[in-house]
Ligand binder design. Structure first.
Ligand code: C5P
Length: 288
């Protein structure tokens, strides 16, 4: 096997709760993650030269060790003594720095792909440990589907499949720093938290209406003042027929869940025109 073609899918958060501070500076999380169909294409090819070469359709994307996909290939080559290099092409469709785990998912795809390509037989547990070194969302991106993520995000419990829904993603042009959003949360008292158990029950009952009406992300408390468009997008999702709406991850992407494709398509068009933003994408819940 000389090359591999993979789809690195985006995720949304159905819930995101911060339940404590940790000694390592990270936050103790409890969140329900869900894969959506939207994906980046990740092509990995063995090369004889002993280095990693990255290429992307986005000319401004860093293609060196600042890129998580590069880091993933680097860590695997070093740890498993691989002399051959790799050429990696990232065809990005998932908005970057958006709260959709695009970079983490590309990274997970490279870990998964290198394991297969070089016949390394790295165990699931070992791969997940390497993934966590690269980023808090990377272990989930290896797992995919519907999952409860706790700890830094690496303690994963598989949940039953989330009922199907159309998903409209809308990303404000501005970016939010994940670290800054988490840090700002330390200065406020949270007066409400997601009802994670209720959402898990709604998923088990295949009750999309109940899932949609209990979406909740504590990071909105700080991200909306930083980027008021998040609040406006949420209002617009509901006005345009969404069953429920939320900011994904540390933002700034807002998504709406819809039970009808046409309604979702019309909402996406209206929001794109109303907010004059480029990244409005229609996708759907993906269960592997
Ligand atoms: O792990 P990752 O590099 O993706 O995290 C980016 C930043 O998000 C961290 O540096 C930290 O500031 C914040 N974070 C956190 N608690 C988590 C995950 C991320 O505070 N559980």
């Amino acid at each position: 096997m000389n090359y591999i073609n993979l789809k690195a899918r985006a995720k949304i958060n159905l819930t995101l709760d911060v339940v404590g501070q940790r000694d390592d500076g990270y936050h103790e999380l409890k969140m329900i993650m869900q894969t959506v169909e939207l994906y980046d294409r990740v092509y990995i090819k063995k090369i004889d030269k002993p280095y990693i070469k990255l290429k992307s359709n986005l000319e401004w994307l860093p293609l060196d060790s600042r890129n998580l996909a590069y880091k993933a290939a680097d860590i695997i080559r070093t740890k498993y003594g691989i002399s051959q290099g790799v050429f990696i092409e990232l065809h990005k469709t998932i908005p970057v720095a958006a709260g959709l785990a695009g970079g983490s998912s590309d990274c997970a795809a490279v870990l998964y792909g290198m394991n297969i390509l070089f016949g390394l037989k790295i165990s699931r547990k070992e791969l997940a440990d390497i993934a966590l070194k690269l980023g808090s969302d990377v272990p989930y991106c290896l797992m995919r589907g519907t999952a409860l993520a706790e700890g830094r995000g690496e303690i994963l419990t598989k949940l039953p499949e989330c009922p199907n829904a159309w998903v409209v993603l809308a990303k404000p042009q501005m970016s939010l720093s994940t670290a800054a959003v988490y840090k700002a949360l330390d200065d406020i008292d949270l007066d409400s938290h997601p009802n994670t158990e209720l959402v898990i029950k709604a998923i088990e009952d295949k009750d999309i209406l109940k899932v949609a009406s209990n979406l909740s992300n504590v990071l909105e408390n700080v991200s909306i003042p930083m980027c008021p468009m998040i609040g406006k997008l949420k209002k617009s999702m509901i006005c345009n027929g969404a069953l429920g709406t939320l900011m994904s991850g540390s933002g700034p992407t807002v998504y709406g869940l819809f039970d009808d494709r046409i309604k979702a398509q019309m909402a996406a068009e209206t929001i794109k025109n109303e907010f004059k933003i480029r990244d409005v994408i229609l996708t759907k819940i993906f269960n592997a």
